[in-house]
Design a protein around this ligand. Sequence first.
Ligand code: CA
Length: 394
Amino acid sequence: MIMRILSVFTAMLVSAALFVPSVDASATPASSFTVLDNSDYVEGGVEGALYTSFVPNFECRPYYERDVLPSKAVWQGLVRKYSTRPGPLVLDCEGWFFNGTDAQANLGRLKTLQAWAREIEPTKIIGWYNLAAHTTPENRRYYHELIAADRRTALFPAAYTGSALVDWTPRLKTAWTTARGISTTLPIYVYLWPQYSKRTTAGTWLDFLPTTFWEAQLEMARGMGFDGAVMWGSVTCDTTCRKKAKPVIRSTKAFIDFLQSNPPRSAALGRPTTASQIHSANYPAKYATDGDPTTRWVSKASDPQWLKIDLGSRQKIHSASLLWGSSAKNYTVQVSDDATKWTTVYSTSTGNGGVDYLTGLSGTGRYVRVHGTQRASGNGYYTLFDVGIYATAV
Ligand SMILES: [Ca+2]
């Protein structure tokens, strides 16, 4: 499994180096999606993820605060200290950006630091943490020059946490559009953080997101077209932290497992989709299959409700992914040849939202229906951001 990921990554590295043009990924999910682990949640990294290194901002701060470069020996010492994992090397100097009048000077500094890091790491992808977000459109040429100096690179924007999924989705979109504004060809790995700051009278500490929120973030990053997501975490995660991290690690692993066992293209993408009811014209049924993971179908607040997709031809359905907002507690997935007589291929009475990855389905039909009979919150709605149907032709 690890080897497969590494070989995929090597292929990406090669394509990045050659600047092979790729299709505009904004309309369709990326053909492959890699999870990078830049956390300390699991000793040795999360299985199936690409374990990733990071030179942290606090190491660079003493230099950018005085606008002086570290010596080559000092910087290469930092690279050796932190570049201990097999994945990409991400560098973080959050005072040297391309968003002001010192962009030209900062370009010189970043080029120098990257070249010194490259001497230590001749083959790794080396990139800059969240630099795209701090590059104004008129200054993009500086980023282009940085890329031209070393094309074994990728973009690493950040889209952190949020208080609710619908508040967070604009951050993800912004991360996507700013990074794509820099390059239409380089891989883009978005930093996500399964933790958030929690304030009490005793102070502030970090806690973990509900797994449903984390699942949705990963799935949305995939649906948006990113080449992967980087799981950020505290630089050090103690025993208590690692224990609390376990649910999100389980979610991450389930996500990786699903990716590795399924083709990435949904048979439902862009197919005609209808629903029993819509909450308003802002939330039509088609938003569940439009390829944009941040738009959603919302039902009226009553039971039952259903969403129906016409795949256009009979297909053998083996798995599905349901990206919920407000969710169904009781629902079934059904297939049909005529949209009249339905066969249930999956049912649950314990739906809790987030993303449901349904595997091992066995059913053939032209139509697929998600049929909810009880909402998770008694007075809420059914909300689906995205429905992926994975199938083979018959
Ligand atoms: Ca959508």
